[in-house]
Ligand binder design. Structure first.
Ligand code: CU
Length: 155
């Protein structure tokens, strides 16, 4: 008699635990998984992991307005799935920024542009996942300019 009572008690706790577990899973799914899947569009694997990266250097002396070159290369054509992972490297001894002339965002990677200055020796990187054209500059040195043209892969 005693043992059957205690076993039904254990059984009850088991049911409650499962119910709570299911509720928590549903809440977690709705709060975290669903909004995430709505925000992030599905991007093809070859675009998320391109075969090459594009390097753009901020060359020494870029802070000097008399210098012709700053972002090298200045105009870059990028192909999605080939070289759409772009890295700016500050090879100068002065902090610079990568700032779009007009604010622009990639629907997967978010707003484009360095969040603050890129110090000497540091870098800023961005993964492009859709076709767009960006003109950008350096905030403290507006004569430093560059252009990116991102297009779909050409066969
Ligand atoms: Cu600068």
């Amino acid at each position: 008699m005693l043992s059957s009572q205690s076993s039904s008690h254990v059984y009850g706790i088991g049911i409650i635990t499962i119910m709570v577990g299911i509720s928590v899973s549903i809440i977690f799914y709705q709060m975290y998984y669903l909004p995430e899947s709505f925000i992030k569009p599905a991007v093809a694997e070859h675009i998320l992991n391109p075969i090459e990266q594009t390097n753009i250097s901020m060359i020494p002396g870029s802070a000097n307005p008399d210098q012709q070159d700053s972002f090298i290369p200045k105009l870059v054509n990028i192909q999605l799935g080939i070289d759409n992972h772009v890295i700016w490297i500050n090879d100068d001894d002065t902090p610079h920024t990568v700032t779009p002339d007009h604010s622009i965002a990639d629907s997967y990677s978010g707003p484009f542009g360095s969040s603050g200055v890129i110090k000497a020796g540091e870098k800023y990187e961005f993964l492009f996942t859709e076709s767009l054209e960006i003109e950008y500059h350096c905030e403290p040195h507006p004569w430093m300019t560059g252009t990116l043209i991102v297009t779909k892969q050409r066969f």
